[in-house]
Design a protein around this ligand. Structure first.
Ligand SMILES: NC(=O)c1ccc[n+]([C@@H]2O[C@H](COP(=O)([O-])OP(=O)(O)OC[C@H]3O[C@@H](n4cnc5c(N)ncnc54)[C@H](O)[C@@H]3O)[C@@H](O)[C@H]2O)c1
Ligand SMILES: O=C(O)C[C@H](O)C(=O)O
Length: 329
């Protein structure tokens, strides 16, 4: 292998998402089958031993693309020279807990990580925040990395996007590949808005193909928006393999581009598009071109969609104001 390995840092590497994620990164699913990777695992001191165990298993897979593994409990070391940073480590929501409850605890994690990325990351660094509350954690990290272009900080709504694809495919008896241009707007929370009005199913407008406003409002939207809580209820733990899969999808699309005639969903720094206040990290329809996520422009937003986008964005504004009041940004 002659290519220089890409440095991929995973925080919370000993957690359940970490366990589902690392093997797929090392086997080439994150960046492609020809791209060697060097893994950096960041954990808290108590979990370093468990991360070492996972690293032993990674060794035992003899992945040809895996050129090395470093394990550390120091953020500066973890992010030194990093190209792709997957910020997974956070405290997961447990039964009955809302994401807002987690702001303070997680804010303390993402500020020093943003500072460490600012201090040592490679010039082309791309950051995906998975740890909840993902949008606001991404905002905290981004605000503490003033030397890194803001567009390099993103948060994950690809899991919501994939959930919406799957629910719609089941309803219409089609495959997920038949669906294009679906969008998740807003926050990765129960206020998110999965939008079928711009989506297409085999070329037909998806909302028209469904032709069932009652299902759309009272089944589809709440099922997608509350799926995380439903998984916690069923599994007794938050989603892990599906979250890891979505993180792989998010980075793969970012680096390798989105297919012509389609888009995906990602929480990116708003430039004021669609009335979302500039600087918030909110989910939009995005295409990836030349390694950059760009917000799809020019979609007509009707009153139904407007109200739902506004409600989710209002929650993001509240979260931003809350972390500001806590001195985290
Ligand atoms: N955005 C999404 O779609 C989505 C989906 C699922 C889960 N999540 C979130 O992802 C996060 C991780 O979930 P999980 O199930 O893997 O949790 P987990 O508790 O199994 O693992 C979290 C890991 O993070 C580590 N950690 C804590 N603080 C850290 C720090 N400062 N630096 C490095 N590591 C640290 C812990 O030691 C633990 O090993 C949670 O916040 C969860 O809510 C997000
Ligand atoms: O909902 C949660 O707290 C977990 C995660 O964000 C999910 O969407 O599965």
């Amino acid at each position: 292998m002659t290519r220089t390995p890409v440095n991929v840092t995973v925080t919370g590497a000993a957690g359940q998402i970490g366990y589902a994620l690392l093997f797929r990164i090392a086997s080439g699913h994150l960046l492609g089958p020809d791209v060697p990777v060097r893994l950096r695992l960041l954990e808290i001191p108590q979990a370093v031993k468990a991360a070492e165990g996972t690293a032993m298993e990674l060794d035992d897979c003899a992945f040809p693309l895996l050129s090395g593994i470093d394990i550390t409990d120091d953020a500066k070391t973890a992010f030194d020279g990093v190209n792709i940073a997957l910020l997974v480590g956070a405290r997961p929501r447990t039964k009955g807990m809302e994401r807002g409850d987690l702001l303070e605890a997680n804010g303390g994690i993402f500020k020093p990580q943003g500072e460490a990325i600012n201090a040592g990351a490679a010039d082309d660094v791309r950051v995906l925040v998975v740890g909840n509350p993902a949008n606001t954690n991404a905002l905290i990290a981004q605000q503490h990395a003033p030397d890194v272009p803001a567009e390099r900080f993103t948060a994950m709504t690809r899991l919501d996007h994939n959930r919406a694809l799957s629910q719609l495919a089941k309803k219409l008896g089609v495959t997920v590949s038949d669906i294009k241009k679906l969008t998740i707007w807003g926050n990765h929370s129960a206020t998110q808005y999965p939008d079928l009005f711009h989506a297409e199913v085999n070329g037909q407008n998806a909302a028209q193909a469904v032709n069932d406003q009652e299902w759309l409002e009272n089944t589809f939207i709440p099922t997608v928006a509350k799926r995380g809580a439903a998984i916690i209820e069923a599994r007794g733990a938050s989603s892990a393999a599906s979250a890891a899969n979505a993180a792989i999808d998010h980075v793969y699309s970012w680096v390798n581009g989105t297919p012509e005639g389609d888009w995906t969903s990602a929480a990116v720094v708003s430039d004021g598009s669609y009335g979302v206040p500039e600087g918030l990290i909110s989910s939009f329809p995005v295409v990836s071109k030349d390694g950059r996520y760009e917000i799809v422009q020019g979609l007509e937003i009707d009153d139904f969609s407007r109200a739902r986008i506004d409600a989710s964005v209002a929650e993001l504004v509240e979260e931003r104001d809350a972390v500001r009041a806590l001195g985290l940004i």
